[in-house]
Design a protein around this ligand. Structure first.
Ligand code: SF4
Ligand code: SF4
Length: 183
């Protein structure tokens, strides 16, 4: 290796010393996610009525390559419907340990009910806590189970290490925004 090549290499190293670092001190500094990032699922509602978009058809479960989704449908009570369809999802669960965040469920859903949001801080200890139910995914629920558990324990607001970006497809956010969703 010639002296010229060494000088050239050192020159590149020196030039990088004065550039702004691309790394951040996460989680102290919130992470900026790309617009198409796929994180924890959100179950959306219809704007205005607040009815759940999910009609319990199980197409998302059928499309899921990881068999991560479990849906149990029930008939809607016409006097107090949960969704605009004949049926709604009485049970809707996603096992986040199985999920590979591929987005196939989102693609398969005929009503746009299930959408992958941008929450990714879902580390937890017990297997059962990785199975997210409706109460963990309905629009307006912010923060993962452990984050909400911690916030409840210390009576503080949920702290997330990333910026929640507004997604137009997550309609009806205002409907539940003021409601407390327990973990
Ligand atoms: S993102 Fe993919 S793996 Fe995860 S629940 Fe949806 S279809 Fe299944
Ligand atoms: S999320 Fe969509 S595909 Fe899945 S059960 Fe509900 S309506 Fe059907």
């Amino acid at each position: 290796m010639s002296v010229l090549e060494i000088a050239k290499g050192m020159g590149i190293t020196l030039s990088k010393l004065f550039q702004k670092p691309v790394t951040i001190s996460y989680p102290e500094q919130p992470a900026q996610l790309k617009p198409r990032f796929r994180g924890r699922h959100v179950l959306t509602r219809h704007t205005g009525t607040g009815l759940e978009k999910c009609i319990g058809c199980s197409l998302c479960a059928a499309a899921c390559p990881a068999y991560a989704i479990y849906v149990e449908a029930a008939e809607n009570d016409p006097r107090d419907p949960v969704s605009p369809g004949e049926r709604y999802a009485k049970v809707y669960e996603i096992n986040m340990l199985r999920c590979i965040f591929c987005g196939m469920c989102e693609e398969a859903c005929p009503t746009g009910a299930v959408v992958l949001g941008n929450e990714f801080e879902m580390a937890d200890y017990r297997y059962g806590d990785f199975v997210y139910g409706k109460q963990d995914m309905l629009v307006g629920t912010q923060g993962s189970k452990p984050q909400r558990r911690e916030a409840k324990k210390y009576k503080k607001a949920v702290k997330m290490g990333f910026q929640v970006t507004v997604r137009p497809e997550l309609e009806g956010v205002k409907y539940l925004a003021s409601r407390e969703v327990s973990s």
